[in-house]
Design a protein around this ligand. Structure first.
Ligand SMILES: Cc1cc2nc3c(=O)[nH]c(=O)nc-3n(C[C@H](O)[C@H](O)[C@H](O)COP(=O)(O)OP(=O)(O)OC[C@H]3O[C@@H](n4cnc5c(N)ncnc54)[C@H](O)[C@@H]3O)c2cc1C
Length: 339
């Protein structure tokens, strides 16, 4: 997957430490950069010690915003976010990979119960705007921040509330006034939204608290979707064959419309096997939480060393993380051509 050069059309100061970057998409890249609300872009950040990648969720929605927009919060001591804030100007170009991610709205019209913490609001804004425009779902957003000045999209949310009388509800939580978010607040937010689909994004401890509270309150696991901005700290499971499992000597990978027979050996992830064979699928965190490298299993046994993103439903529908997927059995076949 190769990077595209996209020009920064506009930079918006959202809060003292959050800026949005609106990107221009040339006509010949329009199809490649078509996205769904909740997805993210991956950016190549130049650095004297070697360039690296950072992902940023789209805070725009395809149904309501002309150009795609990402919103970056400055992280103290962070290499990527500070480069976005300090080095970038309107008119400069960025090296970008196409939209990816599966933190998108499911079909149907179940209400949406969204939990955003800090910069975790970015995919929520996209989901909210998309859902308000495209359907009739009721939406409740629980939005936790340090204090009032750090609320990103405060005025945009006020406008959305005014424009969508009754369908959108926002519950603000401010640590400075209320202390850290407590389980009782999550239980209260769930009231009347017991049949909703929940979407969570924010700092790790916030997500853990919300997820555990929703599950303990009886929300089914498959109704809770997570977008992690950082690794969860969950350990990878050791990958060992079960008795009778053979390791395939080659696997079949469908990529960019072609089927490739790719050499495979014990210990390789599918992504590593693909790369060794000269394929170049999209990837980013390579720690099992961003889903840039998502693909689907067609045949054979695939074990994921780590999975911080897929629900049991996703797994049952054969979604795999190729950076974490190891192959067993005589025949294994996967496809990248579904994402
Ligand atoms: C799918 C996805 C979507 C995302 N969307 C957004 C978004 O919409 N908006 C957003 O703002 N962010 C988003 N992120 C997070 C973003 O990608 C970056 O992780 C974030 O901006 C921090 O990157 P950084 O390079 O600034 O920090 P890093 O340099 O990675 O540092 C992160 C933290 O670690 C500390 N640190 C770094 N090195 C060391 C060290 N050696 N010892 C001790 N501490 C250290 C830093 O001080 C900092 O606190 C997203 C992430 C993912 C995976």
């Amino acid at each position: 997957m190769s990077y595209n050069k996209l020009r920064i059309a506009k930079i918006v100061e959202e809060t003292p430490d959050a800026r949005s970057f609106v990107l221009e998409i040339p006509a010949d890249l329009a199809e490649k950069y078509r996205y769904r609300a909740g997805q993210f872009l991956t950016f190549r950040v130049p650095h004297p010690e070697g360039a690296f990648n950072r992902c940023y969720s789209l805070s725009s929605a395809p149904e309501t915003d002309g150009l795609p927009k990402v919103t970056v919060k400055r992280v103290e001591g962070g290499k990527g976010s500070n480069w976005f804030h300090d080095a970038l100007k309107e008119g400069l170009t960025l090296e970008v990979l196409p939209p990816a991610g599966r933190f998108v709205l499911g079909d149907g019209d179940a209400p949406l119960l969204l939990f955003g913490g800090g910069s975790g609001i970015t995919p929520m804004m996209s989901l909210i705007k998309s859902a308000l425009k495209a359907g009739q779902r009721r939406i409740r957003l629980f939005y936790a921040n340090r204090d009032k000045p750090s609320i990103i999209f405060d005025s945009e949310l006020v406008s959305l509330l005014a424009a969508h009388n009754g369908r959108l509800e926002v519950i603000h939580h401010l640590d400075a006034e209320q202390g850290l978010t407590q389980p009782a607040e999550i239980v209260a937010a769930l009231k009347g939204f017991e049949n909703a689909e929940a979407y969570l994004c924010g700092p790790g401890p916030f997500m853990t608290l919300v997820e555990n509270t929703l599950l303990a309150a009886g929300m089914p696991r498959e109704k809770v979707r997570l977008e992690r901005f950082e690794a969860s700290g969950n350990d990878a499971v050791p990958i060992e064959p079960d008795e009778g499992d053979v390791i395939p000597s080659e696997i079949t990978i469908h990529f960019e419309g072609k089927a490739h027979k790719v050499p495979y050996r014990k210990g390789l992830s599918i992504l590593e096997a693909a790369r060794a064979a000269g394929l170049n699928p999209l990837s980013s965190c390579e720690e099992g939480f961003c889903a840039s490298c998502a693909a689907k299993r067609i045949k054979g046994k695939i074990v994921l060393a780590k999975n911080d993103i897929y629900t049991p439903d996703d797994l049952a529908n054969n979604w795999i993380l190729t950076c974490q997927g190891h192959c067993f059995g005589p025949e294994v076949e996967i496809t990248y051509d579904v994402v």
